[in-house]
Design a protein around this ligand. Structure first.
Ligand SMILES: [Zn+2]
Length: 481
């Protein structure tokens, strides 16, 4: 269905919708009433998309993802033998030093507009870091018109242990306080074979390939895109945590992090095959920005890549497993973790994590979902703020006492806003409604206690931000004297 933004008269700041008894026909009637009472449609020239909801530039970008290139990158990553953060850094052909230099040079070759650099940190021995190491994330920045950032990431470091993840899973829940086994010589480089083609060569190859297609697309994105290959993930998300801490200290506006870790295998270790879906994990609670990002990926990934099913998971990650997105959510950033639908644990953290365990068509589909949703997000205006400066949601029952009165702050670049709602039981938005360039909408006789509401910002070409939801703030609990 073609949906074009509608715009109010310039002086109008509020849409007041007359009482509508039937919620089920609400959306259609409202749009009709709004147009009839003074809305005007924006000109056809302002809508970029002859294919309806899809932007042909994003369609082209998604189509330019190459299975062959993903395969070439994976074979190169495998060739380093190990990419352990604790491995040798001085060999030109093996270990993490050679790997990170190759990733840096590869991304540099894509476009002069990509700013590729090492994000370097000195890390002291602690936890699974057995000796002082210089840790280097490899990052490529594609500057946008605004400083707000959208990250696409994976971790290029690897690990292999006797028995791998299969043995870890079979031995039951691990005690997180158990100190790691000490190597015989903690100062010796950890150079045992750890190919890590799926964990997380797959997320790394996806990130590198998206750096190529985004930087060569010629699209002028509003958001700055960052293609980030983290290190130190296997020692406790160390590279991601250090980068996120630096971003907080430098007040870098990271709007969203798409983390990909183990996204290239479609054959479960239990023989169940699923090459047609991807899981997206996000930290709660239910209307947290990270959950909103997961819903956004389901909505926009599903439109551009309808043959691939996005399965949002309402939990931070898999049981007892972690990923770099959590390093960002812990510091208040919005982030999700993509995970293949059917894992083969016997290959993970094991010498068997080789190229043979990869399905390139599956990895490419996951790359397309990432690309479509990240491109939409980076072209869209930032999500509108729905809380005031005191952090209170700008929602009320005015004027009748029985209405849903929604207010938000204008989002730069928005020409319209899309209101979403659902019954206050259930995870997915059920209804949406495009309103004009306003910062207030009243939905008559919609009890705010019965629905969850949210607002997304929409630009002239129909690119949508993710949804800012109106959330009940936690109740104060002062001590009783
Ligand atoms: Zn991993």
């Amino acid at each position: 269905m073609m949906r074009r933004p509608v715009r109010l008269k310039p002086d109008a700041t509020c849409i007041c919708v007359s009482a509508l008894a039937n919620v089920l026909v609400f959306a259609k009637v409202l749009v009709f009433a709004a147009v009839a009472s003074g809305f005007s449609r924006i000109g056809a020239a302002q809508t970029a998309s002859p294919s309806g909801d899809l932007d042909p530039r994003i369609v082209k970008l998604v189509a330019s993802i190459s299975e062959e290139r993903l395969g070439t990158i994976l074979k190169k990553l495998e060739s380093f033998g190990t990419r352990s953060t604790l491995s040798s850094a001085d060999s030109p052909t093996s270990g993490i030093g050679a790997a990170r230099q190759w990733i840096l040079d590869e991304m540099k070759s894509y476009s002069p507009t990509l700013q590729v650099s090492f994000d370097t940190h000195q890390v002291a021995p602690q936890g699974r870091i057995t000796r002082p190491v210089e840790l280097r994330n490899v990052m490529a920045i594609l500057p946008g018109r605004s400083p707000r950032r959208v990250y696409i990431s994976g971790h290029y470091d690897t690990v292999a242990r006797p028995g791998g993840q299969g043995a870890t899973n079979a031995s039951g829940p691990a005690d997180p306080d158990t100190p790691p086994a000490r190597p015989a010589d903690p100062n010796a480089p950890l150079d045992n074979l750890a190919p890590g083609v799926n964990d997380d060569g797959s997320g790394t190859a996806l990130t590198i390939e998206l750096a190529r297609v985004f930087s060569q697309s010629g699209i002028d994105f509003d958001a700055t895109l960052v293609f980030m290959c983290h290190a130190g993930e296997e020692q406790g998300l160390v590279g991601a945590r250090l980068h996120a801490q630096k971003a907080v200290a430098e007040k870098i506006p990271i709007e969203a992090v798409f983390n990909n870790d183990i996204v290239g295998n479609d054959k479960g270790g239990n023989s169940i095959i699923d090459g047609a879906s991807i899981r997206v994990y996000s930290e709660g609670p239910e209307d947290s920005p990270s959950r909103a990002l997961a819903r956004f990926i389901q909505r926009w990934g599903g439109r551009y890549v309808p043959s691939h099913r996005v399965r949002p998971m309402a939990r931070p990650d898999r049981f007892g497993r972690g990923g770099d997105h959590s390093a960002y959510t812990q510091l208040g950033y919005t982030a999700v973790g993509f995970r293949e639908s059917r894992e083969n644990f016997t290959r993970q953290h094991d010498v068997r994590d080789t190229f043979e365990g990869i399905s390139l068509p599956y990895l490419a589909q996951n790359a397309r979902v990432n690309a479509a949703s990240a491109a939409t997000l980076a072209l869209a205006p930032p999500p509108p703020a729905v809380v005031n400066d005191r952090g209170q949601p700008m929602i009320s029952r005015a004027p009748s006492g029985y209405d849903a009165n929604l207010r938000w702050s204008p989002s730069p670049g928005a020409v319209a806003y899309r209101i979403f709602w659902r019954e206050a039981w259930g995870p997915d938005w059920q209804r949406d409604l495009l309103v004009g360039n306003v910062t207030n909408t009243i939905l008559s006789n919609m009890q705010i206690d019965d629905f969850v509401f949210g607002v997304a910002a929409v630009d002239a070409a129909g690119h949508e931000s993710f949804v800012s939801a109106y959330v009940t703030p936690p109740r104060a609990n002062p001590p009783i004297r």
